[in-house]
Design a protein around this ligand. Structure first.
Ligand code: NAD
Length: 432
């Protein structure tokens, strides 16, 4: 099939590449010429495991091309994906300006029947708005489809090629049929294609992300209660997770959720429910708990050191989660800001996110290219992102490098007894 994907970010680039991988002809469009130039040379501007190799292969096979020229991409394709950002607007709702601009440009360029697919995460009613814009801009026939994306950064290729389910919101049989045909190769292992109306499809994505964010905030509260009453959150989590009605995922306490999706989607859901006079009470609490959790590790540092002025803190992990370079809403940002404000010096290391972190902190943070380099002369190390390479470090070496052997583990990746046995003062989340 002939496909265009507008927006070559984490979602658009992965989707376009995976559609090409299954034999489709895909044109990826982005308004950022620097990004497009990189992609045309086979270079991927983001870190996503396995993506660069897949982009190169499909480029070489000429199934995947990159351009800034939206009109030509529209004219040469039948299915057009909108995969641009929907960031939080000033009032907390999803800012749809990029989605609407693309819809308008698509409408102006159309030369025949097209399926226009909202892949961006968009509030209920956006498909109807896109339809309205297209009606204004073109007399050609079209179908508007909602196809929310559930991939996880860090495992995006696998998630896209082998989804748990494909949600398709469609209001007419022609659009639904073409989308079902397009996704058939991705669902051979039995994953369902779920056909529904557009408002339900639009809501699915928010409901899923809000549920996951709720689990995280809930478990962070359980962890805080564990600290208050002297229980161990590891034991509690294991017991709770073994209940099949609950399951094991998203039950790890930590430094709060971040990333480009959970914070903005929780906010947007509160907003669009509120606009229909529904107060989504749980989500207010989910957000509030998350904000509080983000400063909890800092509070432990303050409690330990008293004043942080002149202390040197090494931060291991900057990305909002492992296997990505994405720092949007990353909990490392408020932690580092709080440390700097308190007069501490910060050295930091992350396997992939240093370039992005530099654009946020400039020279205020001393970034190191090697994990152990960040520890030299530090008063403590804080683990903020649970990258695999931090899991089994050389504690003897760490003890020699640190000025004082203090570890603040925001992700509970170490064994408290083991660390104390090695002579470390060890703080973690929800454990004695
Ligand atoms: P992103 O910011 O990484 O990428 C968006 C891209 O769109 C950028 O490259 C930007 O230059 C481009 N763009 C913006 N306006 C454009 C225009 N008018 N024409 C052409 N290109 C334009 O965003 P992302 O993380 O890929 O997210 C995209 C959407 O997918 C969002 O709605 C997000 O909520 C949703 N989503 C994201 C994830 C995720 O894990 N990142 C997962 C599921 C859904």
């Amino acid at each position: 099939m002939k496909i265009a994907v507008v927006g070559t970010g984490y979602v658009g680039l992965v989707a376009g590449t995976c559609f090409a991988e299954n034999g489709n002809d895909v044109i990826c469009v982005d308004k950022d010429p620097a990004k497009v130039r990189l992609l045309q040379r086979g270079k991927v501007p983001i870190y996503e495991p396995g993506l660069e190799e897949l982009v190169r292969r499909n480029r070489t096979e000429k199934r995947l091309t990159f351009t800034t020229a939206l009109d030509r991409a529209v004219q040469q394709s039948q299915i057009l994906f909108i995969a641009v950002g929907t960031p939080t607007g000033e009032d907390g709702s999803a800012d749809l300006q990029h989605v609407m601009a693309v819809a308008r440009d698509i409408g102006r360029a159309m030369n025949g029947y097209k399926v226009i697919v909202n892949k961006s995460t968009v509030p209920v009613g956006t498909a109807a708005k896109v339809r309205e814009v297209l009606r204004r801009e073109t007399t050609h026939p079209f179908s508007v489809v909602s196809n929310p994306e559930f991939l996880k950064q860090g495992a995006a290729i696998d998630d896209f090629l082998k989804p748990d389910r494909v949600v398709i919101g469609a209001e007419d049989p022609r659009g639904a049929e073409l989308m079902t045909e397009l996704y058939a190769p991705f669902t051979r292992t039995g994953a369902p294609i779920m056909l529904m109306d557009c408002p339900s499809a639009e809501l699915c994505k928010y409901a899923a992300n809000a549920m996951l964010a709720t689990r995280i905030s809930f478990m962070n509260e359980v962890s805080n209660v564990c600290e208050a009453v002297g229980a161990n959150v590891d034991e509690v989590r294991r017991a709770v997770a073994s209940d099949r009605r609950i399951g094991a995922s998203f039950l790890f306490p930590g430094v709060g959720y971040g990333g480009s999706c959970f914070p903005k989607d929780v906010k947007a859901m509160v907003k669009f429910a509120g606009a229909r006079n529904y107060d989504f009470e749980i989500l207010h609490a989910v957000e509030h708990v998350n904000e509080r959790q983000k400063v909890r590790l800092f509070a432990k540092m303050k409690q330990h050191f008293g004043s942080l002025r002149g202390k040197r803190i090494a931060v291991w992990g900057l990305a909002f989660k492992p296997k990505t370079d994405d720092m949007r809403e990353a909990p490392a940002v408020p932690l580092i800001n709080a440390l700097l404000e308190a007069g501490a010096d910060v050295t930091a290391y992350d396997p992939e996110a240093i370039k992005v972190a530099r654009s946020i902190f400039g020279t205020r943070v001393d970034f190191k290219e090697k994990s152990y380099e960040a520890l030299a002369g530090a008063d403590a190390v804080a683990i903020v992102t649970e990258w695999h390479e931090f899991r089994e470090p050389d504690w003897t070496r760490i003890k020699k490098l640190l000025k004082t052997p203090v570890v603040f583990d925001g992700r509970n990746i170490y064994n408290p007894e083991h660390l104390r046995g090695q002579g470390f003062t060890y703080y973690s989340m929800g454990r004695k």
